[in-house]
Write a protein that binds this ligand. Structure first.
Ligand code: GLN
Length: 197
């Protein structure tokens, strides 16, 4: 098994470490590879799209020819997790602000996103989030977090803050507005890996 982490920008090494811990805790071996260029995504069995800056990430994914490989991977049903900026990139649609900036989206999840859903007062915060696949709350770290403002019928909402969806899944796709790679608790990565094994 091979798990890819898109390594164009953002918190890549934190995701690699979190995946390694989650694999150890699940007692499963797998290779973890970082991806900067075309040609590696098709060799992966699962993929992580980290946080960062979604405009830059989207532009570079297209320029490097990786965006189409991710769309193809999605069509083949392999698990893909997008965190923070990754949640934005998975979306099929952006709100007005996203559209104005001509943001490139992968368009593979039936969601409409707000890039900076929590405004200035709450730029960064931590909160105990209930997630239906965990038996106790998860300390979720939000940094200039996006949110999902609308979901299609096939999307399962996993968590909300106020009227904003902050965790959702659709088939093989898992989208999180927070940063599970920034805490020692690897239960979210374990849940993602369970889609693979
Ligand atoms: N809001 C940021 C964006 O638009 C994402 C922030 C993050 O990934 N920490 O790209």
């Amino acid at each position: 098994m091979r798990i890819g982490v898109i390594a164009i920008q953002g918190d890549v090494s934190e995701h690699v470490d979190a995946l390694a811990r989650a694999l150890e805790e699940r007692g499963r071996p797998a290779d973890i590879v970082t991806i900067k260029h075309k040609g590696i995504v098709p060799q992966c069995d699962a993929l992580v799209l980290p946080g960062g800056e979604s405009t830059t990430l989207g532009r570079l994914l297209i320029r490097e020819g990786i965006a189409d490989e991710i769309r193809q991977m999605h069509r083949s049903g392999k698990p893909i997790m997008g965190t923070c900026a990754g949640l934005i990139l998975l979306a099929s649609e952006g709100d007005e602000q996203v559209r104005k900036t001509h943001q490139h989206l992968l368009g593979i999840m039936d969601t409409k996103v707000n890039r900076n859903a929590f405004g200035r007062q709450r730029e960064s915060f931590e909160t105990e989030l209930g997630l239906p696949f965990l038996d106790s709350p998860y300390n979720a770290v939000f940094i200039r977090a996006p949110g999902i403002v609308e979901c299609g019928d096939g999307v399962k909402v996993l968590a909300r803050i106020d009227d904003m969806v902050v965790a959702a899944e659709q088939g093989n796709l898992l989208a999180l507005a927070f940063h599970p790679e920034l805490t020692r608790d690897s239960r979210v990565h374990q849940y993602f890996l369970d889609k693979l094994f």
